[in-house]
Design a protein around this ligand. Structure first.
Ligand SMILES: [Zn+2]
Ligand SMILES: [Zn+2]
Length: 278
């Protein structure tokens, strides 16, 4: 396994691990690149002062740790900027708060609450359809704004709607919106994340899944990164090896990561054969 560029610590409202413990585990796992990307949500999240304090602490602790440790793993600091269009002035302010290595953009809502809190057993099919349509429109809006390096988990609602509540979703309905989304990020050079969290959750698949990754590839998308979205140490880098293999099968030849918000790439050859540090 090579990289894991989406992780959380106790500086996220839903995280619990101390930063040094997370970084030490990244090294123990043999990762070549690791990024801590605590939540910086512009909707339904913490108040701005808490956000400023938590993000500053998250970044500063990574910088402090890497200044005092020698390691073969590149330890990167970043944020997961959630639903940026909900508060663009604050989003801009947070982007300037620290010199991040990487900024992940993500959408967690259809404009209401996070899908995490939704009760999808109590919604009619048409309501779910309307919510997912809004979700993809919001991702398009966020991608057009585009002040981030990576677009995270583009099928996030399915983790809950399909995984946790077992509702049937016809993804064909959203393919025109997803194609538009792909075209925007390809044109802007924003990297698509393969989020492996679904492999350890009820949905049992990567976010996005193989079919959508093939669709992205077929439209010319070649920029791809990997994130476990771990909020606890035991699931860091979960499912990375098989996801790398899936990417190789689709035709991807390298994975992307960022330092000082500049893109770097690692060849997607088998990590078992590749012992060279970055
Ligand atoms: Zn997220
Ligand atoms: Zn996350």
């Amino acid at each position: 396994m090579l990289i894991d560029c989406h992780n959380h610590s106790l500086h996220s409202f839903d995280g619990q691990e101390k930063v040094p413990d997370v970084l030490e585990n990244a090294e123990k796992l043999g990762l070549r690149v690791f990024a801590l990307t605590d939540h910086c949500d512009m909707i339904g999240g913490a108040d701005p002062d808490t956000l400023r304090r938590e993000i500053a602490a998250s970044v500063d602790e990574v910088v402090c740790w890497r200044e005092s440790h020698r390691t073969n793993c590149r330890m990167l600091c970043g944020i997961e900027l959630g639903d940026p269009q909900e508060n663009l002035p604050l989003a801009q302010e947070m982007l300037a708060l620290r010199p991040y290595d990487v900024v992940i953009g993500s959408v967690h809502t259809d404009g209401n609450e996070d899908y995490y809190f939704g009760r999808y057993d109590q919604m009619r099919d048409e309501e779910i359809d309307a919510s997912l349509t809004r979700y993809y429109q919001r991702q398009i809006e966020a991608a057009k704004w585009g002040q981030f390096d990576v677009l995270a988990h583009i099928t996030y609602p399915l983790r809950y709607v399909v995984g946790d509540y077992g509702r049937k979703v016809q993804m064909e309905r959203y393919l025109p919106l997803i194609d538009t989304l792909f075209d925007i990020i390809i044109e802007k050079g924003i990297v698509l994340e393969v989020n492996t969290s679904g492999l350890r959750q009820k949905i049992g698949d990567t976010l996005p899944n193989e079919a959508l990754l093939r669709r992205y590839y077929a439209r010319g998308g070649r920029l791809i990164t990997l994130g476990s979205d771990a909020h606890t140490i035991p699931v860091m880098a979960y499912g990375m090896d098989r996801t790398e293999e899936l990417l190789r099968q689709i035709g991807f030849t390298e994975v992307c990561w960022f330092a000082h918000r500049k893109m770097h790439k690692i060849p997607l050859i088998s990590s078992l054969l590749d012992e060279n540090p970055v």
